[in-house]
Design a protein around this ligand. Structure first.
Ligand SMILES: [Cu+2]
Length: 278
């Protein structure tokens, strides 16, 4: 009987392992840029620090409940004990130590990883203006006069400066593999600096619920191997017959639509981004 239950337990353990280990492949934990890598280590350090609290608590819960069970008559019985200097010291000192360390860490990383801070690199940064629509992402490359929906590209090891706003409700711009999410808000511009150190395709999402089409509000961030490939990507979009140089065209593009597809626009109004948030 016990053996049968043990086998069931093993199977359950195996199945749950699949789900737990699946988390290892989580986008947030497969970092592909300097920013994401530092955030990854911050998460890991904080996680380990918190284990210093959780593991002893779990251990003590089991240990004390076994040791001080009613049937254990061999233990010392001290009904008048009301104070212990040793216990007081431990339960105050350790949490203070952990919280101070986490506070120091958070303060430091907050300044190092400030989304507004430009990333030092020998390459000239790429500027991308981001507009959150219902329920798509519109990206404008002001230096190349082009725009795209639900797709961006940039060369590897090149800093990317995102200026982000929303033409609708609040959303959140997030490329988990590259780190740092930031809010897209109407009437405001938020700034985000990211870099990719590996070429590849990364998933971009909105991590802030914004209505019924929200689950389709995804985009692809393509990190291209070099500037030459990037320029040919730009060139491909510059040949697109679709244009975006009047407010009427923009209204058509920004009309609520939950279909997830990629669109390219050539000849984009230089002032469009500014017009949207004023
Ligand atoms: Cu705000």
């Amino acid at each position: 009987m016990i053996y049968k239950n043990l086998n069931k337990f093993k199977i359950l353990l195996l199945i749950s392992n699949v789900f737990i280990l699946n988390g290892c492949n989580n986008m947030l934990l497969t970092s592909h840029g300097t920013i994401a890598k530092q955030e990854h280590s911050l998460i890991l350090i904080s996680f380990i620090m918190m284990l210093f609290v959780i593991v002893p608590v779990f251990f003590m819960t089991i240990y004390f409940s076994v040791k001080y069970r009613a049937s254990n008559i061999n233990q010392i019985y001290k009904p008048d004990c009301s104070e212990s200097k040793i216990i007081e010291t431990i339960v105050w000192f350790i949490p203070v130590l952990i919280i101070s360390f986490l506070a120091y860490l958070t303060w430091n990383y907050c300044h190092v990883l400030d989304p507004q801070k430009s990333i030092v690199s020998k390459y000239k940064p790429i500027k991308i203006n981001v507009i959150a629509l219902d329920w798509r992402w519109l990206f404008i490359y002001p230096d190349y006069n082009i725009a795209s929906i639900n797709e961006i590209a940039f060369p590897v090891n090149t800093p990317v400066i995102f200026n982000i706003t929303s033409n609708s409700v609040m959303n959140s711009f997030f490329i988990p593999s590259l780190g740092s999410q930031i809010y897209a808000m109407p009437g405001m511009i938020t700034k985000l600096n990211l870099i990719s150190n590996d070429s590849g395709k990364y998933k971009g999402i909105s991590s802030n619920y914004s209505g019924k089409g929200f689950s389709n509000m995804k985009f692809t961030a393509i990190s291209l191997p070099n500037k030459k490939v990037f320029l040919s990507w730009i060139n491909k979009i510059q040949k697109s017959p679709k244009q975006l140089n009047t407010i009427k065209m923009f209204q058509k593009v920004s009309f609520p639509n939950e279909n997830h597809y990629v669109e390219y626009f050539s000849n984009v109004d230089q002032m469009l981004f500014k017009r949207i948030f004023y």
